[in-house]
Design a protein around this ligand. Structure first.
Ligand code: PMV
Length: 307
């Protein structure tokens, strides 16, 4: 039996940062994600691509693996993991790794476990949250929820994750607009702004809440034009939270000029990726980004009922 487990990467269609303060967010799972396999071992080991670590080396990944394993209550393992996307770029790489590794450990230790069952799903999410806790100070949980899902989810800290039924598939284009940025630092920068100027952050959080609620209606009605406008408005509010950068703004503008219905950063910002909603074929947007020297790819979300 192939004991390799998978988890999805994600884009946040709307709601990053505000979700940390209780607003809802909409996230869409990507085909690209992370895979992992686990084998019983005397001490924990983790091989991630060409990098590796072992128990007690004090590195974040090994501390995270220890926390994840403690949450699942399983013995030490050697874990081999692969990432199919850039890390630190707003595509949920760290959460995808956490979910894939947690699933791999369940498969390795409980041969009869059904990964799709609610009970195993809840344990995997708790373990992924323990993993994420080592990398991020105050993770909302949206990344781990998206990594464990398929299609599109509505997420809030209070209500957790709920699948969203898409009336039409979403043709997306994603570009790496800037260098990786630390989610922990970007979340901390918004927290500092909130400590200094609470009204700025609190108004943005209520604005994003309204945008997300409307965007969910657009997704359910297949109104991609409306969804694109709401993504643009969300990008404005994110700029107001100082998490956008010149290269993010340039990549969003280029996408809109190439016909995108909307474009915004995804994830923590400060660098990383931009997601654009195409009006049909994403190729014109990708061609523009390629001409600007940006690495990019297309992704389609939905088309079938969420699992
Ligand atoms: O940068 P990412 O993919 O880890 O996304 C983080 C999303 C934030 O809202 C900025 C943080 C969070 O925990 O929700």
């Amino acid at each position: 039996m192939d004991r390799r487990a998978r988890a999805a990467g994600k884009v946040i269609l709307l709601g990053e940062h505000a979700v940390v303060y209780g607003a809802p967010a909409l996230a869409a799972a990507l085909d690209r994600g992370a895979t992992a396999r686990a084998f019983p071992a005397e001490r924990d080991r983790l091989a991630l691509g060409t990098r590796s670590g072992s128990e007690g080396d004090g590195s974040d990944p090994m501390r995270a693996l220890g926390a994840l394993r403690a949450s699942l209550g399983v013995a030490p393992h050697a874990v081999e993991a692969e990432l199919e996307m850039p890390a630190g770029s707003g595509l949920g790489a760290s959460a995808a790794l956490g979910v894939a590794i947690a699933r791999a450990l369940v498969l390795a230790t409980e041969p009869d476990a059904v990964l799709g069952s609610a009970a195993v799903g809840a344990r995997v999410l708790a373990a992924a949250a323990a993993w994420e806790g080592v990398f991020h100070g105050n993770a909302s949980g949206v990344d781990a929820a998206a990594a464990a899902s398929s299609g599109c989810i509505h997420f809030s800290r209070a209500a957790g994750s709920e699948p969203v039924r898409l009336e039409r598939p979403l043709p997306l284009a994603v570009a790496v607009a800037g260098p990786p940025a630390s989610t922990r630092e970007m979340v901390a920068s918004v927290a500092r702004l909130r400590a200094r100027r609470p009204e700025i952050v609190d108004k943005a959080v209520s604005g994003v809440t309204a945008l997300v609620n409307n965007a969910r209606l657009c997704l359910e009605a297949g109104d991609l034009t409306g969804l694109g406008k709401l993504m643009d408005l969300n990008q404005m509010l994110l700029s107001g939270l100082m998490v956008s950068t010149e290269s993010i703004e340039r990549a969003c503008d280029a996408a809109r000029r190439a016909g995108a219905l909307g474009a915004k950063l995804t994830g923590a910002g400060g660098g990383g990726c931009v997601v654009a909603l195409a009006d049909g074929d994403p190729e014109p947007i990708l061609a523009t980004w390629r001409a600007d020297g940006l690495a990019c790819f297309a992704a389609t979300v939905g088309g079938a009922e969420p699992a």
